[in-house]
Design a binder for this molecule. Structure first.
Ligand code: TXA
Ligand code: MG
Length: 322
């Protein structure tokens, strides 16, 4: 295992690793991905093994542009519109698999649809163009734990099971992509993200529904309610901090804790109440507080508007008890 800064040289090396069936930690604008050649079932199996992920959970296939996507999925009219507005970027589309699509059945868990996305991160773009392969990449963490937004998170969670981690600092968005199902009659958001329902409705000119994530058999299997979870309990909409708890603040936290409150038990998603800054900080701060020695995390309320809906979705999952 090695960690290398995502230079052109390291990207060529990463492309070779993918071609020979290995695993690469790939930076994207959302979170770091655990990448493998999507055409190679054995390489894809290594992803499930490394993550300890139930094999029924399908993966997102990453390609450099819409032209490449056409080889694997049926691009419907509404998909073309969505791609035009939001690719490259943090939007995953669920589309019918094209007849004869060579992507490993394991990668899409035997479904007749495929999740596909064009990431905007320059290193991901360069890697996809260099390897000339569709790349399956879930978030690069153990199943059920927090998604990684730094190379160190990938290393801590997956360590020796990755052949190479391409390091490129912290992810800009910090939350996984919006998953939009376009395989049915109406567009349905299976996982909220930085591309919001309002953004989609405006671009597509149709109404977009949200799937309820709290069913036992969710349509998007990755949306099991308990998913993004620190080890210690998470308490939402906190208006105080209880004995032994750490504080995850949003906006001013002056009234929450005393001035001598230990600094390693106190994080602020965004002092200026900027929701994009909060999204980018969310997973890293939850992780730091999880490791702070606190007995729980009190989280201040985060507004629901814009990307706030996606932040609250992840927070609810983090707070879900077993
Ligand atoms: O931002 C992201 O999307 C990151 C980066 C690395 O690209 N990837 C990511 O992948 O979050 P993953 O595997 O952790 O999440 C994929 C989500 C899961 O909720 C999965 O159930 C859903 O997409 N999914 C994949 N294929 C699907 C399909 N055919 N139908 C419905 N849901 C699908
Ligand atoms: Mg994940």
């Amino acid at each position: 295992m090695s960690i290398k800064s995502a230079t052109s040289e390291a990207i060529v090396e990463a492309a070779e690793i993918l071609k020979s069936g290995g695993l690469v930690g790939m930076p994207t604008e959302t979170v770091y991905g655990l990448a493998a050649n999507a055409l190679d079932g054995q390489a894809v199996a290594k992803i499930f093994e490394a993550k300890g992920r139930p094999s029924f959970n399908p993966l997102i296939i990453h390609v450099p542009d819409i032209e490449s996507a056409k080889a694997y999925v049926e691009i419907t009219e509404v998909a073309r519109l969505a791609a035009h507005h939001f690719w490259p970027g943090p939007l995953t589309l669920i589309l019918p698999r094209k007849e004869g699509c060579p992507v490993s059945e394991l990668a899409s868990a035997g479904l007749d649809t495929l999740a596909i996305r064009v990431p905007s991160h320059p290193a991901a773009q360069e890697l996809l163009k260099t390897c000339k392969l569709p790349v399956a990449a879930p978030s690069a963490n153990k199943s059920g734990s927090l998604s990684p937004t730094t190379p160190a998170h990938v290393h801590d969670s997956l360590g020796a099971s990755v052949d190479l981690i391409l390091a490129s600092g912290s992810c800009d968005v910090g939350l996984e992509s919006t998953v939009l199902d376009l395989s049915g009659e109406k567009p349905v958001i299976l996982r909220p993200g930085a591309v919001t329902a309002e953004n989609l409705e405006e671009a597509l000119g149709v109404s977009v529904e949200h799937e309820q994530g709290d069913t036992d058999a969710p349509k998007s299997p990755g949306m099991l309610l308990k998913h993004y979870a620190p080890d210690i309990p998470v308490r939402l909409n906190a208006i105080d901090v209880q004995e032994g708890e750490a504080l995850l603040a949003f906006g001013s936290d002056k009234f929450m804790v005393a001035r001598d409150f230990p600094s390693d038990m106190r994080r602020n998603l965004s002092e200026s109440q900027d929701l994009h800054e909060a999204a980018a900080n969310l997973f890293a701060m939850l992780k730091e507080l999880d490791q702070s020695g606190a007995n729980g995390i009190a989280v201040m309320a985060v507004p629901e508007n814009g990307i706030g809906a996606a932040i609250n979705d992840r927070l609810k999952r983090a707070a879900q008890k077993d």
